[in-house]
Design a protein around this ligand. Structure first.
Ligand SMILES: [Zn+2]
Ligand SMILES: [Zn+2]
Length: 344
């Protein structure tokens, strides 16, 4: 019997209609993919702290109503014209990198991650807090068969960010790598760092995370409330890399003294107040501070493949799309263990 797509051509969407507005669950017509675009049937979408930018209007030029969500896992439902490399039924993910212009200087250099006109999923266009979404092919990553949608979703931002930062940090197997913060990013950072063959020091506030950190793959755990974590790292020879995931500039500043020679503070926890390091701290020992944001869809595919090969998985709490407001509040509370994922 032929299915009548037109009879059910609406979808449920969790949108924000103005900066600072609440989530609204509304019905919309299912859109058609244009040239170079696909329509994705969303199966799961992670709730990331950066969704606050859409919710509160944290970036200039966001058009409302807007649907947040840049940790998308789903299936290609329909392809637009000029789409040759993606097929209906194929499993795909969409992350923070929502596409590039392909023409700016950085794109011409092949550095799509830093495209001057890069689109951000859920900010430049509607993201994954909905049953169907349109995405340009530049934003698509293939999802391996063995990862479920719920497992894949948080790897599209939290996963790629930690994995990509670590693999570009310069740390080599056997090096001491500290992961600051046992949260949404940190609990993935510890796992990836372990699987990369680093000696992993996890640094959290309080003793309650010690058992979990070691279960995730940390070789040692330092409670920054009870001990001076920078000194503890120095006792181990100093960290080659400190992956700073918890959004506290003060904690990052304090920990920078734990870097060893040629060590790097790799910053992925986004804050807006300054990290304080003195020139002398950087000069003696040739130390550095670097930031890192997510990556391109091929970086996402590497992340997913690495997770598939090594068993790295996010710890997840799921909520149905209808409870997007509750899911977002749970994420914002900081109490989620550790990634919140919407299911459609
Ligand atoms: Zn994110
Ligand atoms: Zn560009």
């Amino acid at each position: 019997m032929p299915t009548t797509k037109t009879a059910t051509a609406t979808m449920r969407v969790a949108q924000i209609s103005k900066p600072g507005g609440d989530f609204e669950i509304v019905e919309r017509e299912i859109p058609k993919p244009g040239a170079g675009q696909v329509l994705i049937k969303v199966q799961a979408c992670g709730v990331c702290h950066s969704d606050v930018l859409t919710k509160e209007g944290g970036l200039p030029g966001i058009e409302y109503p807007r649907v947040p969500g840049h940790e998308v896992a789903g299936v290609v439902h329909e392809v637009g014209s000029n789409v040759t490399a993606w097929k209906v039924g194929q499993r795909v993910g969409v992350g923070w990198h929502g596409g590039q212009d392909g023409t700016c200087l950085q794109c011409r250099r092949g550095d799509f991650r830093n495209c001057q006109n890069a689109k951000i999923t859920g900010i430049s266009y509607d993201g994954g807090y909905q049953q169907y979404m349109i995405a340009p092919v530049e934003a698509l990553a293939a999802i391996p068969e063995t990862l479920s949608d719920v497992e894949a979703a948080p790897l599209m931002c939290a996963g790629i960010t930690t994995f990509n930062a670590l693999r570009h940090s310069g740390a080599l197997p056997g090096d001491l790598v500290a992961v600051q913060g046992i949260g949404g990013l940190g609990h993935l950072g510890i796992q990836f760092a372990n699987k990369c063959g680093y000696k992993v020091a996890a640094i959290g506030r309080g003793s309650e995370n010690a058992v979990l950190a070691k279960k995730l793959g940390a070789h040692v755990y330092f409670d920054s409330k009870a001990s001076n974590a920078a000194q503890e790292l120095q006792k181990m020879g100093g960290a080659q890399v400190i992956l700073a995931t918890a959004p506290s500039s003060k904690a990052m500043s304090e920990l920078s003294d734990g870097l060893g020679p040629n060590g790097k503070l790799m910053v992925i926890g986004a804050t807006f107040d300054p990290i304080e390091v003195t020139p002398a701290q950087l000069i003696f020992g040739s130390k550095s501070v670097q930031g890192w944001a997510a990556g391109t869809p091929t970086d996402s595919e590497d992340t997913l493949r690495c997770a598939e090969l090594t068993g790295v998985r996010a710890m997840i709490e799921t909520y149905p799309l209808e409870k997007a407001a509750e899911a977002y509040a749970r994420m914002m509370s900081g109490d989620a263990k550790f990634r919140v994922v919407l299911t459609m």
